[in-house]
Design a protein around this ligand. Structure first.
Ligand SMILES: Cc1cc2nc3c(=O)[nH]c(=O)nc-3n(C[C@H](O)[C@H](O)[C@H](O)COP(=O)(O)OP(=O)(O)OC[C@H]3O[C@@H](n4cnc5c(N)ncnc54)[C@H](O)[C@@H]3O)c2cc1C
Length: 409
């Protein structure tokens, strides 16, 4: 064998796995194949250049809401290498971290390059060889190991860890052709939604601290801050919905209706709040007094949606008008006409079917010695540092599996 372990893909999961194998097996010959010019290129741009490296999981009520795909696997593996381990691991290596109020963890430097440089330094120090601009094209079982065909020739290895990341459209999985590994169709996740409504888009920049958005005709919903943009809707609530509804939205070709609940809370609470507003502002115009969760421009838009004249006095609001306002505040429907493609965090839903994997080692059931980790698996998360945590966790577990090697064979 040329190498003891070859890791295909020099991203978060691959580089982390390489470091862990090297530490567990100091004698092992380890090579990372990276098709790009630089390893860790995506990590460098994570979190808008700040790298949301993990999450405290303090606000997480159910792993299913965090990992819409792969929560069972993650539940098992987070015990082996979880967010606290990530935190301690990076701090030990000199990357000091801070946890924000929402649980998101970032380098104190607010600089993703610190994470990249830390991983590069460790790989170099541990003797991991990195071959850039080397694209793996095929993996062929051979004897006790594997032969890997690349654009630059062939390399053999006793163990292989595939960490090629999410593959939009599933294209990169041709690498696994002939290995009888099942794939779950790849569709995008984590994107903003284009909305067909010029008056909504005119509110560009408006942020609602907490709204509930749901996909009409399904039970899929998400809650959180909502951002109105020049193409439609975005922000954490929409990104989460795009994750929960990734498959349904793809099936509908991103043509769907979504319902926005601008005010959260029970209907009775909102009715009481409107009654209180009306009582306190009876002589005032609708346009001048509005719920504190909304802003003036959005309020005018919602009044128009409820077919109410903003010059009307609060005291003139009858039951019919209040009912219309309630309907808009708690269930305002917009037509989605496509998804936004740029400038947002973007992951792939789908990948290697978890049914093909040994959950304890991340070794493929069909091919001993062939491991898969990171976003290449059918595991993905909502925003908040959970996707990188999945990369660290699965990279670590695959490394442990791959470290059971006879070196120098
Ligand atoms: C803009 C953006 C911002 C993000 N921000 C965050 C964030 O702040 N927090 C968070 O948790 N998640 C974030 N994510 C998601 C997170 O970056 C990914 O989930 C994570 O990087 C996945 O790690 P990975 O190692 O599996 O894949 P990747 O990091 O994608 O690495 C895969 C590597 O494999 C290489 N490769 C692919 N095919 C081959 C081949 N055939 N041969 C050789 N090399 C190959 C690729 O070039 C790539 O370098 C963000 C994603 C994007 C796009």
């Amino acid at each position: 064998m040329d190498q003891d372990v070859v890791i295909i893909g020099g991203g978060a999961a691959g580089c982390f796995a390489a470091i862990e194998v090297a530490r567990m097996c100091p004698e092992a010959r380890i090579t990372v194949l990276e098709k790009g010019r630089k390893p860790l290129a995506k990590v460098a741009i994570t979190g808008g250049g700040r790298c949301n490296i993990t999450n405290s999981f303090g606000n997480v009520q159910s792993l299913e809401r965090v990992y819409p795909r792969g929560h069972r696997l993650m539940k098992r593996l987070l015990y082996r290498f979880g967010p606290r381990d990530t935190f301690e691991w990076f701090e030990r290596e000199g990357v000091k971290l801070v946890t924000e109020d929402d649980g998101c963890v970032f380098p104190r430097s607010q600089n993703a390059m610190q994470v990249v440089n830390c991983l590069l330094y460790l790989m170099k120090n541990l003797g991991v060889r990195i071959m850039t601009e080397t694209k793996a094209l095929g993996i062929i079982p051979e004897g006790e190991g594997y032969r890997i065909e690349t654009n630059g020739g062939t390399i053999s290895a006793g163990r292989v860890i595939v960490t090629i990341g999410g593959q939009p459209g599933g294209r990169g999985y041709s690498l696994l052709d002939g290995l009888d590994i099942e794939l779950v169709e790849c569709v995008p996740s984590l994107y903003g939604l284009c909305v067909d409504d010029e008056s909504l888009k005119a509110l560009t920049g408006a942020v609602i601290d907490n709204a509930v958005v749901s996909l009409t005709g399904t039970k899929l919903w998400a809650e959180g801050p909502l951002l109105i943009t020049h193409w439609g809707l975005s922000g954490p609530a929409i990104l989460k919905l795009s994750s929960y509804a990734a498959r349904v939205l793809a099936e509908r070709n991103y043509n769907a209706d979504i319902m926005v609940r601008w005010l959260t809370g029970e209907r009775e609470e909102i009715t009481d709040m409107l009654n209180e507003l009306a009582a306190g502002a009876s002589g005032k115009l609708l346009r001048n007094v509005y719920p504190r969760e909304l802003n003036g421009r959005l309020w005018l838009h919602l009044l128009r949606r409820a077919k109410l004249d903003d010059g009307m006095r609060w005291s003139a609001l009858g039951d019919r008008e209040t009912g219309r306002l309630m309907n808009v505040l708690t269930g305002d429907t917009y037509h989605v006409a496509g998804k936004n493609r740029f400038k947002e965090e973007f992951v792939t839903c789908g990948g290697v079917a978890l049914s093909c994997m040994n959950y304890d080692t991340l070794e493929t059931k069909a091919h001993p010695g062939l491991f898969i980790a990171g976003e290449a698996l059918d595991v993905d998360a909502v925003t908040g540092g959970f996707n990188l945590q999945a990369a660290w966790t699965t990279g670590y577990v695959a490394a442990q599996g791959a470290a059971h090697i006879r070196t120098g064979s």
